[in-house]
Design a protein around this ligand. Structure first.
Ligand SMILES: CC(C)(COP(=O)(O)OP(=O)(O)OC[C@H]1O[C@@H](n2cnc3c(N)ncnc32)[C@H](O)[C@@H]1OP(=O)(O)O)[C@@H](O)C(=O)NCCC(=O)NCCS
Length: 198
């Protein structure tokens, strides 16, 4: 049986495992397992949202995001300051180049004035059961539940060599909001979908 539910602390190891399997070439992954644990744990608190998909009692996917992008990363950091500082110190010792890159990128993030709820990370283990679509639909429902300002839902994804994810979002009703360049001139889409409060 398939089930989508809110994550608890006990799910974080499985989330990190799936992240490592499915995002092998992503920058966040290069920061290591400990950082990823701290990162995903931070989504357990509002305005963060972390959902888990279970099939026959086994965790097969997750979706992480925020109900409101305004100052979201500041809040994430503030709510979990000790953990992030500690993992930052660890990265400073093991991967100083990664920390330098974070500092350089902090100042030149994407410019837009849009206010939105945001899907920041979604991944499923390979399947032929529509895990991703089910997770995304539940994520939208969960955001819509507490969406007083009727914010749209947005996300970014790679422009190049990313047909599977782009098709997945198109099929789920997402439209291109803008195309922009992220760090190292990586071309990205920002997608958007207007969801309705129920
Ligand atoms: C992008 C991602 C989250 C999509 O999730 P997904 O579970 O693969 O996608 P779907 O919901 O379409 O389901 C997977 C398959 O089940 C199939 N399926 C079988 N029965 C189905 C049903 N009843 N309903 C819907 N789909 C069904 C789909 O056709 C799809 O087949 P395909 O992989 O051959 O296209 C996932 O591929 C992933 O984790 N990718 C790596 C990480 C990533 O890129 N994340 C997004 C970055 S922004």
């Amino acid at each position: 049986m398939l089930k989508v539910r809110k994550a608890t602390k006990r799910d974080i190891d499985s989330v990190v495992e799936i992240h490592l399997k499915r995002f092998s070439n992503f920058f966040l992954t290069s920061l290591g397992k400990y950082f990823l644990k701290v990162f995903y744990t931070a989504f357990l608190k509002n305005p963060g949202l972390l959902l888990i998909l279970e099939d026959e009692g086994k965790i097969k996917g997750f979706a992480a995001g925020s109900r409101d992008n305004r100052n979201f990363f500041k809040k994430l950091l503030k709510n979990n300051l000790f953990e992030f500082v500690f993992s930052g110190a660890q990265i400073l010792i093991t991967k100083p180049a990664a920390l330098k890159r974070m500092a350089l990128n902090a100042g030149k993030s994407e410019k837009n004035n849009l206010i939105y709820a945001e899907l920041l990370s979604i991944a499923t283990l390979r399947n032929k059961k529509g895990y991703g679509k089910i997770l995304l639909a539940e994520f939208e429902k969960e955001i819509a539940k507490e969406n007083i300002e009727n914010l749209p839902l947005s996300l970014t994804t790679d422009y190049d060599e990313n047909e599977k994810a782009i098709g997945f979002y198109n099929e789920s009703g997402y439209e291109v909001y803008q195309i922009f360049e992220s760090y190292q001139n990586r071309k990205m889409y920002r997608f958007i979908k207007y969801i309705v409060n129920k």
